[in-house]
Ligand binder design. Structure first.
Ligand SMILES: Nc1nc2c(c(=O)[nH]1)N[C@H]1C(S)=C(S)[C@@H](COP(=O)(O)O)O[C@H]1N2
Ligand SMILES: [Mo]
Length: 334
């Protein structure tokens, strides 16, 4: 998978991923411009007013970064943005309980300010960073991505945030860093799922990416959605969004980012290795042992409009990401 080439800017960082990253920048520009043309609107700006249903105060750390937000990736035809009310009441966030309504019920009690993220492992610049340290003072992007859960439902969500690659470059990963491991906060006081004796999950929730996946231009770190901060149930104050992978890879409420040599043991893979793999790339041809992945239910769905549609390879992002997996058996590396 790794193509050896000298890196452009940070000598100590993983050479391959850097070259992949720079090679693909042209790609993202192409996506951005075709998306802009499709909607016939020159420089797209995303503002809270675009989403009136998502009312609520905007915290100061976000407000000062909202001017000039560019919508760099838009929804495609037929991908209407999911209503805010569905995206915020039908959630998976097992720390708050196993039912879809549990996160909305319990997560508002989680306190997300102040928030810090520990950066450690194989990096030249480890540290503990606040949200303010992590985010650029301007230049947040809006990206409207499809989110496909392994449970065969999907949504379309307008995220606000930054490409993960820029942040990773700042930490200066060493050449020994092959994977990035992410950890969610563990707050037993406000997380009934963490307190429960019945939860099978060994907290914290852990996810991971290969370094070249993590610096792919589509990998995104969201701090908001629908023009505002993330609701707690959606992973405030910052979460990963990896649109070509099943939703469980998009880990919420991140408190730790570690650069590691070995493939990390991730939560769902540890729970049921035959059902959930490390890669978890959306793939209609590879069934879950207990259900097909060929189709999905686009939410909100009901009896009279079930919204069933075909699932697309890499969730429709194959043109951009298939190269990451060239030569790999996607059936074995599910
Ligand atoms: N920490 C944590 N992150 C998580 C989960 C979780 O249970 N805990 N669930 C995942 C799953 S299965 C999905 S489908 C998405 C759902 O994101 P959403 O609720 O914002 O739609 O979050 C992912 N991130
Ligand atoms: Mo999911």
């Amino acid at each position: 998978m790794f193509i050896r080439k000298p890196s452009l800017s940070c000598r100590e960082s993983e050479v391959t991923s850097e070259s992949v990253y720079f090679g693909r920048r042209r790609f993202i520009r192409a996506i951005a411009s075709s998306a802009a043309m499709a909607s016939l609107a020159p420089p797209l700006r995303a503002q809270p007013e675009d989403y009136p249903e998502a009312a609520g105060p905007v915290p100061s750390w976000l407000r000062e970064r909202l001017t000039g937000v560019q919508r760099t990736i838009s929804a495609s035809d037929g991908d209407a943005v999911t209503p805010f009310s569905d995206a915020t009441t039908y959630n998976n966030f097992y720390e708050f309980g196993p039912d879809k309504g549990d996160p909305a019920r319990h997560a508002p009690k989680m306190s997300v300010a102040p928030w810090t993220v520990q950066v450690d492992g194989e990096v030249a610049r480890p540290g503990t960073l606040s949200l303010d340290d992590l985010l650029p003072t301007s230049g947040l992007e809006e990206r409207i991505y499809r989110l496909r859960c392994v449970e065969a439902w999907s949504m379309v969500i307008p995220w606000l945030g930054i490409p993960l690659s820029g942040l990773i470059k700042r930490f200066e990963p060493l050449s020994s860093a092959k994977y990035v491991r992410f950890e969610t906060a563990v707050m037993p006081d406000v997380m009934p799922g963490v307190r429960s004796n019945f939860a099978l999950i060994d907290w914290p929730y852990v996810e991971g990416l290969r370094l070249d996946e993590a610096v792919h231009p589509l990998a995104f770190l969201a701090v908001g959605m629908y023009g505002r901060e993330l609701p707690n149930q959606n992973g405030a104050p910052l979460r990963l969004v990896v649109p070509w992978k099943y939703g469980f890879k998009s880990i919420k409420s991140i408190v730790r980012i570690s650069f590691v040599r070995e493939q990390p043991r991730t939560t769902w893979q540890s729970l049921a290795p035959s059902e959930y793999g490390f890669y978890a790339n959306v793939n209609p041809a590879v069934s879950h042992p207990r259900w097909s992945q060929a189709t999905e239910r686009r939410l909100p769905s009901g009896l009279f409009s079930p919204g069933i549609r075909d699932t697309l390879l890499f969730n429709g992002y194959a043109d951009q990401v298939a190269g990451l997996y060239r030569g790999m058996d996607l059936r074995r590396n599910y």
